[in-house]
Design a binder for this molecule. Structure first.
Ligand SMILES: [Zn+2]
Length: 189
């Protein structure tokens, strides 16, 4: 999927590098203004059923699957023709938000001033339909470091699949999660 110019300013707004929160993260390459559109959450739009199949093929939600739910019931698979946005981490105190716009496209906006080198983050519940076993809870523990951190990235299980999850069925490799160290200063996604 092609991407729009991410910013009206000259310099790229973001870069990807290792995050102390979780695996890779996306960081501000320069100061970002409140409300600035930073990046599109790119990827192929697929049905929820297809997403489930893809997750299974990849060995379950522990593997690299980055599904972002859309209002129409489909999901964006950030692992299929996606871009750097899939590396934005969750935070319980985010500095960005994801907004679905026309044509089922999702864009990441700055919630407030973001300083250069700050990690970008947004808040999204991870929809995991399997049993929330202790291992799963551990794998998806939140280490965002925010004062109000809930300690988990998992959304409460929806009663029905049609209940349209607000955001994502997302997952990352367990080794990456296990490698996560101590809480960072503050982060995203
Ligand atoms: Zn947290």
């Amino acid at each position: 999927m092609s991407s729009l110019p991410d910013t009206q300013q000259d310099q790229p707004a973001y870069r990807v590098e290792r995050s102390s929160v979780h695996g890779n993260g996306v960081f501000a390459q320069r100061d970002i203004a409140p409300g600035e559109r930073i990046i599109e959450y790119a990827g192929r739009e697929i049905t929820w059923d297809e997403a489930q199949i893809r997750a299974e093929v990849q060995g379950g939600p522990h593997n690299h699957t980055f599904f972002f739910s859309l209002a129409n019931g489909n999901v964006i698979d950030g692992g299929d023709h996606g871009n750097e946005a899939r590396f934005i981490n969750h935070s319980c105190e985010p500095n960005c938000e994801a907004i679905e716009e026309e044509d089922s496209r999702i864009f990441i906006y700055a919630l407030h001033d973001i300083k250069q080198d700050e990690e970008l983050s947004y808040s999204y519940p991870l929809i995991y339909e399997g049993r929330h076993t202790p291992a799963i809870k551990k794998a998806f523990a939140c280490r965002c470091g925010a004062l109000n951190c809930t300690g988990t990235m998992l959304a409460p299980k929806p009663r029905k699949r049609k209940a349209k999850p607000e955001a994502a069925l997302f997952a990352d490799a367990v080794p990456a999660l296990a490698a996560v160290q101590n809480p960072p200063p503050a982060a995203p996604g």
